[in-house]
Design a protein around this ligand. Structure first.
Ligand code: SAM
Length: 289
């Protein structure tokens, strides 16, 4: 059975996706719901007023953040309990996906309020769908920490992950991010950079992490706009020889020891075969040039 496209008798919180660049991606049901609800909770009311004007949506807006105080969340839930219909939107794409909404949706559901998703644009799904990377299983990792040390700490446990990895990244950090990914996953790991999806300068570029790094370094335009980085998961054969912890240990050892010494000590620590560690270390060095 299809869901009602506009609010019915039972009050509901509508979680409405909005475009990630191209206003033509706004679905008619989203417009209809936003025009009909009593109030729209928006991440940034000024930002959203442009969308509202474009689609002639006259519904009042109220600012909502996950760090809004508890009273505001409660007051929105009370409105729902009193029978009003509310919509939740973020600046772009699907709310709650690296965007506010979690606390409101959770509180509404806990209060027994019906929560209805209005599906639409989402950068990670759009990027994955055009990437050519395996899409049967993937892991969305959101934004990485801005500082290199913390970023490496987040990346290291993902080195042996076999699912496609998806990250959001800011343009001024893309070079450092690709560099750290190359150092952790190996420079030859396949990756895809999806930039400015649905906008004029949309670019979807695949290659090894090393090639993507060079591509971004060579062209300042590739360091502008909004971007999604996708990395192919580790293939099964490699995964058997080196898990994330072993890769972490080897990376540390290789900082101060030769490949031979690192593989010998690495083998003692991890219990893995010296030859496999030696091979892995050589590949890492090759890719780092
Ligand atoms: N909720 C949004 C969604 O559904 O995708 C994501 C919001 S998050 C704050 C913003 C990040 O999403 C950007 O920094 C970028 O990584 C990614 N993004 C948003 N729009 C994009 C676009 N048009 N092209 C590529 N990436 C985009």
């Amino acid at each position: 059975m299809t869901q009602p496209s506009t609010p019915g008798n039972e009050p509901a919180l509508y979680v409405v996706a909005t475009p990630i660049g191209n206003l033509g991606d706004m679905v008619p049901r989203a417009v209809e719901v936003l025009q009909t609800v009593d109030l729209i909770a928006a991440e940034d009311t000024r930002h959203s007023s442009r969308l509202m004007d474009h689609f002639q949506i006259r519904t009042p807006l109220v600012a909502y953040h996950d760090h809004s105080d508890e009273r505001q969340v409660q007051s929105l839930v009370e409105r729902l309990q009193q029978g009003q219909n509310l919509a939740l939107i973020s600046d772009a794409g699907t709310p709650l996906v690296s965007d506010p909404g979690y606390r409101l949706v959770r509180s509404a559901r806990q209060a027994g309020i019906r929560v209805i998703p209005i599906p639409g644009a989402c950068a990670l799904i759009a990027a994955l769908s055009a990437s050519g990377l395996p899409s049967d299983r993937f892991s969305f990792e959101g934004f990485l920490p801005p500082k290199t040390g913390q970023r490496l700490n987040r990346l290291q446990p993902l080195a042996a992950e076999s699912r496609t990895l998806i990250f959001y990244e800011a343009p001024h950090r893309i070079e450092d991010c690709l560099k750290d990914m190359g150092a952790t996953f190996g420079a030859s790991r396949e990756a895809v950079l999806a930039r400015e999806i649905s906008k004029t300068f949309e670019t979807i570029r695949g290659g090894t992490l090393e090639e993507l790094q060079a591509f971004v370094a060579a062209d300042p335009n590739q360091r502008k706009g909004e971007m999604v980085v996708m990395v192919r998961g580790q293939d099964k054969a490699a995964e058997q020889t080196l898990d994330a912890e072993a890769a972490r240990i080897m990376t540390i050892l290789l900082e101060s020891l030769s490949v031979k010494q690192a593989s010998q000590i690495g083998a003692e620590i991890t219990g893995l075969k010296k030859k496999a560690l030696y091979q892995w270390a050589l590949e890492q060095q090759e890719h780092r040039g």
